[in-house]
Write a new protein. Sequence first.
Length: 351
Amino acid sequence: MSGKRIGRQVDQRLGAAEPDALLAAAFQASDVPMLLAEAGRPDQPIQFANAAFCRLTGYAPEEVVGRDLQMLRGPGTDPVALARLCAAAARGETLSTEILACRKDGTALPVAVRLSPVRTASGGRYALAVVEELETGRAALQAALDRATARLHEVDHRAKNTLQVVASLVLLKARRSENPACRTALNRVAERIGALASVQRLLQAGEEAGHFDLRAFAADLAEELAAELDPARIVVTVEVEPVAVAADKAAPLALLVHELATNAVRHAFPDGRRGRVRITAGRSEDRLVLSVEDDGVGLDATAPPSDAFGLAVVAMTTRQLSGTLTWDRTPPGTRAQVSLPWAPPPDAPDA
């Protein structure tokens, strides 16, 4: 149908003073499915259906014009939703709704319909219905989500690489230092930066963007510690439930686990003493309970050395996570236990 011919029909049907072929051609050429129904009549007959609507539904234009909005009805259509659509058209109201329509061949067609009132200079009342297939809209949303996820992974990857570079620079400085205490302090700093780099790596590799797998981190940490130990003297075990942690809590939680575990390995077994360090974590109602327990020489449960930097980091991260920290004697060793408020991320698999 030519734009000129459509313009004449618009002129005739809408009572326009002058035919507007350009506007009619734009309506017809749009790739957005649209209907124009005469809202002033009880049966609300459809006056125009553009080519995009016909492609979507499988109807020819002449099969649509003259019918009412009830033509969208299918076997699974909610009659209440369709009645609301027709009532809004009759009252000249705007409305956005979703209905399960039906193609000409009988297949289901889930669509979102945006209804807008149209009035002509001569007083005619019409309803413009813009129709969008829901699967198309969802595909667009999924594509946007995929792009955002890719960007998040890229940021995590860059952060991991940056932290690894910083750790390398600190280690280089440590090797060049002639002061043994300075070398030890710099090596400890590099280890903490490495723990944060592991957080970024796990965030990037996780199946769910923005979720931190505490069990995977604890297992990696145990492997790193074991590589520096004599396995016949000290054994590190991990008993951590699969817990998805929100990304904003990943860094302080990782530092907390790192400090408690390394503190136990380095200080609980002096003079070649043999023993075991056990890292556990699990959910208890709305709390996450984390503990690091050893069977070493023991730590004064009433007065842990508050001047130790590692324990200062533990206290700081516990406060940051709004948790509570307790030190217990577990003869012959020590247990550090942290209780944190916990709720799964909204889109986590176990939420």
